[in-house]
Design a protein around this ligand. Structure first.
Ligand code: C2G
Length: 129
């Protein structure tokens, strides 16, 4: 079984997220999604989510491509996650191009093109108009 892992906030879930998750699943047989906790988002990304971790987890778990959701609580957990879950491939959007190349010592690293014209930030801006 080929295992794939990806990380993200997935707030205000949209088709850009789903496109990423669909392509991530195509890289293997089992997709793990590590969703940033509310604390991690606020402390490390200065992001205030609209949906709580539990709500974002519920939404992502409902996506057919996703097999397991785990919490992302720190930047440092990726190596231990890859080892613990025996992950073959780490994948993330290319807005992170090169940032996680250190994982190449442990698994394949794939950066996928982002879906253009959609982002949680843009949704929030558009709703304020
Ligand atoms: N994404 C995408 N296209 C978009 C928007 C997002 O492909 N239009 C991808 C991102 O590249 C990422 C995933 O969807 O791979 C989740 O996006 P975010 O929730 O914005 O993730 P981010 O806040 O960048 O968190 O440790 C890594 C971080 O947790 C990533």
């Amino acid at each position: 079984m080929k295992k794939v892992i990806t990380y993200g906030t997935f707030d205000l879930l949209h088709y850009g997220h789903v496109n990423l998750l669909q392509r991530a699943k195509e890289l293997g047989d089992y997709l793990i999604v590590a969703i940033s906790t509310d604390e991690f988002n606020w402390n490390m990304k200065q992001k205030k989510c609209y949906f709580s971790y539990e709500e974002r987890k519920r939404l992502v778990e409902a996506i057919r491509y996703v097999d397991l959701v785990i919490p992302e609580e720190s930047w440092e957990q990726k190596v231990s996650d890859v080892k613990e879950f025996k992950v073959d491939t780490f994948v993330i959007g290319n807005d992170w191009e090169g940032k996680f190349d250190f994982l190449k010592d442990y698994c394949e690293v794939v950066y996928l093109p982002r879906t253009p014209e959609i982002s949680t930030t843009q949704i929030k801006k558009d709703l304020q108009k």
